[in-house]
Ligand binder design. Sequence first.
Ligand SMILES: NC(=O)N[C@@H](CC(=O)O)C(=O)O
Ligand SMILES: [Zn+2]
Ligand SMILES: [Zn+2]
Length: 350
Amino acid sequence: MNKESTALQTLRLTRPDDWHLHLRDGAVLASVLPHTAHQFARAIVMPNLKPPITTTEQAAAYRTRILEALPQGMQFEPLMTLYLTDNTSPDEIRKAKESGLVHGVKLYPAGATTNSDAGVTDLKKCYRTLEMMQEVGMPLLMHGEVTDQAIDIFDREAVFIDQVLQPLRRDLPMLKVVFEHITTKHAAEYVAQSDGQIGATITAHHLLYNRNEIFKGGIRPHYYCLPVLKREEHRQALVKAATSGSARFFLGTDSAPHPKGMKEHACGCAGCYTALHAIELYAEAFDRAGALDKLEGFASIHGAAFYGLPRNTQSITLVRESWTIPAELPMGDATVVPLDAGASLNWRLA
Ligand SMILES: NC(=O)N[C@@H](CC(=O)O)C(=O)O
Ligand SMILES: [Zn+2]
Ligand SMILES: [Zn+2]
């Protein structure tokens, strides 16, 4: 028998969750939310709105807006986060924990990425708040890049590990930490090997592509995100981590919608839109690695365990069936270009 005919044709998984997602707000939220809710049971919703979600009250109101935007008959649970600032108080953390709605607090080093201007200028200013997070078991989610413009953009994640992450975890060894959207072998190795409660999310695009994708035949802004795609050796290290079976690695799409005109621009926004076809993109990446048997742990089990949430009881089915990713989709009063628009995918959500 040839390989084709022995290959798996359908794949049934516990319904997955997305542990790193941008839903935005208003008309954009209404456009993108159904894509996520079609595939995922829950998602950790990023707080980098303008202005950011910095209080439990704002998070609760945002959660209500998300649920109101959910089409009739769809089920989805938004897991809210707060945006850490220099001024976030320990008391706010206690409130967030007691609400039961807030599942993490996000560190954006000031200026590191989209809507991070209100982010933390120096983590030392947040130590009392971080101590409270450690005490109540509130995870710290991190955009793990230093912002020093003198540091090469391709090195900012590795330098973050040395300059920020390691000192922080030495000082607060019981703090639960999620290293978001890791992009380097340094991060993958650090998360796999270090002590304590640490997890990492990995995007589909960082599993599928290296940095050459941004420059293939011309500059291709839809492959530009932060942290930026890295060399092939890093992509391979991420695939190895994601398919290793280690419970420290879990799915986080970092689907980050920007209007087409803001991506195809002289100073284009960072972010890839993958909510439309996220699980199919991950299936493709795991299939190429010969590791489809490891997809369920990564997509549906490890994240819930890390966050101390129950495993989903429903399931989804993926079928091996080629389909073409649309060129663009309506989004509010604009359009959004999904990652790999026009290309075909070999897996389809049934
Ligand atoms: N990943 C990105 O390139 N962009 C994200 C922000 C982020 O996650 O850093 C966004 O909000 O657009
Ligand atoms: Zn980020
Ligand atoms: Zn993000």
